[in-house]
Design a protein around this ligand. Structure first.
Ligand code: AMP
Ligand code: ZN
Length: 477
């Protein structure tokens, strides 16, 4: 299996430290707000990586953090803690905010069929370990104290910048006006912040009351659960220059050796070819997608259809195209499920081999999807094709095995709509065509299409998950 390592900017053969087992760390959400669909692209990528590794026979030990303290509104270690800011705005405690948005996050990823990592680590549960980590860095001469915290001295770590390949000399020359004059180097970052008395989230430390820096959280929790050196670290490309550079500096400074073997980053999701922003009102969430009648799995399909290392442009039209493609895939899968024709087993084996090569080539999922489509469109309808597609869906996670529920008849019909359909059947029996038409037109306006059939009425509508639903209401005797 090959993966693209951001450190070397090359595809490399993946060899885990312990044969048969892969240890992974993924930067998780800062739970001060709804995660947006850009964040979700990062977690679809993380999930795909998990599935491909498992497909290739590896056992996983995967940690994802929940950042519930220390992520400041500015990357320059200034500004307010995002959690505290939202808590103040919503008149809640930061803990209430964290609990609320963490629950929504897990609901969102479940709807996208993203598997939960084996270990979920909350930053506020690991404050003591973080303090120990910072103490260790200070003992080794990497940390220094200022009036507002403990900072990491990047000039002491000669490899600083190796992930993002930043030119430190150039940076220094062109550095913007430094906001904190106590910092020794412009890119020094906070390991620990001292808390003013009124600050809500604070813990005792050797440097007085305070709270951890955002970067130290990931270094500490990764080490606690995965050991000094582990296999893969994931995150979005925005984290390369600051967050991950700082994680490398902290961990390698303390351990004297690299902590991460392979750094893997997903490219950004753009909206209408630009950055999502609150001012443009385009920071969409999974709930926004559902409110417009789309299935979260259509968004998953959209993500899978682009290479994780390419930018992906989100538009509502693009999502509609993804949903239509997914519905067609479900229909094709259903046809093969009922199929009785025979296909040459060698052909299936070949497709499976190509599929496995594609996914193992740095997660080439667009190619893998193409192979699935070739099978789905195969003119002969065969149960073996169905089974092969279901096996392949262990990678794509599009719930192909549940296709029936989504497209076949007799979905749950709203009780009130059902009673109107029954009233209309009654009206027709009494030849009250006027009332029958009125009911039909009223339901049509609400998105329910009626079809008169022998023995009753068929109803077709679009469900909350965005998929077409059908039910049959028999005429009462
Ligand atoms: P955050 O909660 O901001 O730390 O982000 C959570 C994850 O989402 C990180 O891995 C980010 O790199 C990633 N991310 C943020 N915005 C986007 C985006 N527009 N497209 C893809 N990934 C993103
Ligand atoms: Zn992180």
């Amino acid at each position: 299996m090959k993966v693209f390592n951001t450190l070397s900017r090359q595809k490399e053969e993946f060899v885990p430290i312990n044969p048969g087992e892969v240890r992974i760390y993924s930067c998780g959400p800062t739970v001060y707000n709804h995660a947006h669909i850009g964040n979700m692209r990062a977690y679809v990528f993380m999930d795909t990586l998990r599935r491909v590794l498992k497909f290739n026979g590896y056992k996983l030990k995967h940690v994802m953090n929940i950042t519930d303290v220390g992520h400041l509104t500015s990357d320059a270690d200034e500004g307010e803690d995002k959690m505290v800011k939202t808590a103040r705005e919503q008149k809640k405690t930061p803990w209430e905010i964290a609990e609320y948005y963490t629950a929504i996050f897990f609901k969102d990823i479940e709807e996208l069929n993203i598997e939960k990592p084996e270990i979920i680590a909350k930053a506020t549960d690991h404050i003591n370990e973080m303090i120990e980590f910072v103490k260790g860095l200070c003992d080794k001469g990497y940390g220094y104290e200022t009036s507002d915290g403990i900072y990491f001295d990047i000039s002491k770590f000669k490899d600083y910048g190796k992930l993002s390949k930043i030119d430190l000399e150039g940076q220094k020359a062109g550095a913007r006006v430094e906001v904190n004059p106590e910092k020794r180097n412009p890119l020094d970052f906070a390991l620990w912040k001292k808390a003013p008395r009124e600050h809500i989230m604070q813990w005792p430390s050797p440097w007085g009351m305070g709270y951890p820096g955002w970067h130290i959280e990931c270094s500490t929790m990764a080490r606690k659960y995965l050991g000094d050196t582990f296999d893969i670290h994931t995150g979005g490309v925005d984290h390369i220059p600051i967050h991950h550079e700082n994680e490398i500096a902290q961990s390698e400074a303390l351990l004297g050796k690299p902590a991460v073997r392979y750094w893997m980053h997903n490219e950004f999701l753009l909206v209408d070819n630009g950055k999502m922003s609150k001012s443009l009102g385009n920071t969409y969430t999974i709930d926004d997608i559902k409110a417009r009648g789309f299935s979260p799995l259509a968004f998953r399909y959209m993500c899978l259809n682009a290479n994780y290392r390419s930018k992906l442009n989100f538009t509502w039209g693009g999502l509609q195209a993804a949903q239509t493609a997914l519905e067609r895939l479900y229909e094709a899968v259903l046809q093969h499920r009922e199929g009785t024709e025979k296909v040459d087993p060698a052909e299936l084996e070949n497709a499976m081999k190509e599929f496995s090569e594609a996914i193992s080539d740095d997660l080439n999922i667009p190619k893998a999807l193409g192979i699935m489509w070739n099978l789905a469109k195969y003119p002969k309808k065969s149960r073996e094709i169905y089974e092969t597609l279901i096996t392949m869906d262990s990678i794509t996670g599009l719930k192909l095995a549940e296709a029936e529920k989504k497209t076949k008849s007799d979905d749950e019909l709203d009780a009130e709509v059902k009673s109107l359909v029954l009233q209309r059947l009654e009206a027709r029996k009494e030849k009250n065509w006027k009332l029958a038409d009125e009911i039909r037109d009223g339901l049509k306006q609400r998105g329910y299409t009626l079809e008169d059939k022998p023995g009753g009425t068929g109803v077709v509508w679009k469900g909350a998950d965005g998929f077409e639903k059908k039910a049959f209401v028999p005429a009462e005797k």
